[in-house]
Design a protein around this ligand. Structure first.
Ligand code: NAD
Length: 428
């Protein structure tokens, strides 16, 4: 994220703004502005060369009034406690806006996973569980993957937890591999969920997707399936994606004016998201600077990489053609940029609504774990579509009724549900 953007300050500012609109009691605000619990811990790991390296780990449980905390674990070299706090806070709103019975949590480790061998990664994630196992669990807090973590790592974490508690407990972690307690459709869930909301927004805006172009930032899990969904399900064209190039230590935009083929690009992308530039060029793609995606002459922008990407400076590069921004990433737009987007009348699908597909299928995964009965992929995706569409329509309805920005409407729906749960439990 941009160095100047503190994600947690941003999450608090967004909350404060809506708390004001809702005339929320100051004592209730005091509860919701901060996480209920935070864990900071050190994880010593035996490296392959025999040395011991100590990693900094975090887990933040923002609010669990509506059910166990839920949220991914991010492995990133620039991870900070404030990023984890922000992401945990957004998870509370995300679970509430899609109306699944879970609260908000998030975890992290300061590490570049690309610098670790497979066995070092396994020891690191098992170490994370050894530090946290007493405070996570299917009825307490259920982690999942995020940037830099994978289904395989979730499988190891579930195994470590099951060993420590003495019984097979698949519901402690979601995003596990299929066949190891995972749900079909989880891989596609966030990106496809983004597209279900884009489809609904386009209906509302009376846009024909087959005539529309999109630019995507990122080419990881969310961006890949958002690009596939935009082209294959909606029949639109994606003119670029962008990615962080690990070797060159910079970001690039990979473009094709007549539309990229996301499945081809996936076939030349390594496990950390680095696209093979030579093969891309050979196939007729242009390699541009990392920020080129934002100024593309398109109808739809899908930021699906990191926080703070659409900010006071970059927002002015957005083309006049853009009518819709679908926030695949968490916190991609700063409050300053929001003001410009509002003034320009660009329709925005806010992050915690737009990218709620992942947590929704994570919830389906734990439901299937509890039942010990697994649904086919079509059933998972159909249920996901239903949830995302209902959530989008509820937010849109409120936005129109109260004449507020979509982000504010999503916050209003979510905050009201969390406050209601706290009331029903007698917390307030
Ligand atoms: P990922 O690790 O699979 O992909 C991240 C992508 O961002 C990679 O393609 C990487 O190359 C790219 N990237 C990193 N820095 C960049 C930069 N400076 N410029 C351009 N591209 C850059 O992660 P993901 O799971 O796709 O998550 C992306 C975003 O979506 C994050 O904000 C995450 O919190 C959010 N999110 C993910 C899920 C999920 O289910 N995976 C769910 C909800 C929200």
């Amino acid at each position: 994220m941009a160095e100047t953007t503190n994600a947690f300050e941003m999450a608090q500012r967004q909350f404060d703004h809506v708390a004001e609109l809702l005339k929320l009691d100051p004592q209730v605000r005091e509860i919701l502005r901060w996480p209920l619990r935070e864990f900071h811990f050190r994880i010593p790991v035996r490296m392959d060369d025999g040395s011991i390296k100590v990693f900094q780990g975090f887990r933040v449980q923002h609010n669990d009034a509506r059910g166990p905390s839920k949220g991914g674990i991010r492995f990133h070299p620039a991870e900070t406690i404030d990023t984890v706090r922000a992401l945990a806070t957004w998870m509370t709103w995300k679970c509430a806006v899609v109306d699944i019975p879970l609260g908000g949590g998030k975890g992290g480790v300061i590490v570049d996973p690309a610098t670790l061998s497979t066995s070092e990664k396994e020891r690191l994630v098992r170490g994370w569980v050894q530090q946290m196992w007493k405070n996570i669990g299917p009825r307490q807090d259920v982690p999942a993957p995020d940037v830099g973590t994978t289904p395989q790592m979730m499988g190891w974490m579930m195994d470590e937890y099951s060993k420590l508690v003495g019984e097979y407990t698949p519901g402690v972690i979601t995003g596990k591999p299929v066949g190891g307690g995972g749900s079909l459709g989880r891989t596609e869930a966030t990106g496809f969920g983004v597209i279900y909301t884009v489809r609904e927004a386009m209906k509302h805006l009376k846009l024909d997707p087959t005539q529309c172009l999109a630019a995507v930032q990122g080419f990881g899990n969310v961006a890949q399936y958002a690009a596939i969904g935009f082209t294959e399900q909606l029949g639109g064209k994606v003119v670029c994606v962008s990615y962080w190039d690990r070797e060159d230590r910079t970001s690039y935009t990979v473009s094709k004016a007549d539309g990229i083929d996301p499945r081809f690009l996936m076939s030349i992308t390594d496990q950390y998201g680095t696209i093979d530039k030579t093969k891309a060029r050979e196939a007729g793609y242009t390699i541009e600077s990392g920020d080129a995606w934002i100024s593309k002459d398109v109808d739809v922008l899908i930021p699906a990489a990191l926080e703070g990407q659409i900010n006071a400076e970059s927002v002015h590069k957005i083309s006049p053609r853009v009518k819709l921004i679908a926030e695949g990433a968490n916190g991609p737009t700063t409050p300053e940029a929001d003001e410009v987007i509002k003034q320009r009348g660009i329709f925005l699908i806010p992050d915690f609504l737009c990218n709620a597909g992942g947590v929704t299928v994570s919830y389906f995964e734990s439901v299937q774990n509890d039942m010990n009965f697994y649904w086919p992929k079509e059933e998972v995706l159909a249920k996901l579509d239903q949830k995302m569409t209902a959530a989008f329509q509820a937010v849109l309805e409120l936005a129109e009724k109260e004449k507020v920005f979509m982000r504010d409407a999503a916050y209003m729906v979510a905050i009201n549900r969390v406050v209601k749960a706290m009331e029903l439990r007698g917390w307030i």
